[in-house]
Ligand binder design. Structure first.
Ligand SMILES: CC(C)(COP(=O)(O)OP(=O)(O)OC[C@H]1O[C@@H](n2cnc3c(N)ncnc32)[C@H](O)[C@@H]1OP(=O)(O)O)[C@@H](O)C(=O)NCCC(=O)NCCS
Length: 158
């Protein structure tokens, strides 16, 4: 059996079709890259097909310019029975200078599913390093916060 992979980094150049009228990469394009990286990360950890259950806490810190070298880093920070909580960070730089800067970060929750779309159990990830333990604990705290946000947001669903 193949070894599970906890993290992955996608690297590519921001192309003209990704750019808005202001010459910066569309927020939607960044979100698509985040979703792709989260999928590759979750599939690599679970060896399963996965779907996106949640994406949140997204913060666009700085714009990405056309021609930038983009790196989308995704890593598992918590596993449930079928879900993988994934922390994502997007960094970009001019490929001539390689001077990376953070542009976007967020959390995505992917769920491993079978051919009928039913959630299935995945291997557990256990934090080892101090930073991993802190991030794992934060992922657990965020579940409570998200529950409260979900309850508040019910009012917008008709
Ligand atoms: C994600 C999905 C399979 C979950 O279905 P479900 O009936 O809630 O399944 P379960 O009750 O078995 O929950 C499965 C896991 O999803 C998690 N989950 C479900 N909805 C969630 C949400 N909104 N936020 C965070 N986690 C969620 C549950 O906590 C559970 O985690 P665990 O197994 O680690 O404890 C289902 O909602 C779905 O198919 N959604 C659409 C996915 C989609 O189309 N994504 C976009 C394209 S990929």
């Amino acid at each position: 059996m193949n070894k599970a992979q906890r993290d992955i980094t996608l690297r590519f150049l921001a192309e003209p079709q990704d750019v808005n009228f202001g010459g910066k990469v569309h927020g939607g394009a960044v979100m698509k890259w985040i979703d792709l990286a989260a999928y590759a990360c979750a599939a690599g950890w679970s060896s399963r097909y996965c779907v996106t259950a949640y994406a949140g806490g997204i913060r666009f810190v700085a714009p990405i310019h056309v021609g930038s070298l983009v790196e989308v880093e995704a890593k598992v920070i918590y596993t449930g029975n079928s879900s993988m909580h994934i922390a994502l960070e997007v960094n970009a730089c001019d490929p001539k200078s390689l001077n990376h800067r953070l542009t976007t970060h967020c959390i995505v929750i992917m769920v491993a599913v079978d051919q009928n779309g039913q959630s299935v159990s995945i291997p557990q990830w256990n934090p080892v390093t101090e930073i991993d333990k802190k991030q794992h604990e934060t992922a657990i705290n965020l579940m409570d916060i998200r529950k409260k946000i979900g309850e508040e947001m019910q009012i917008f669903i008709e």
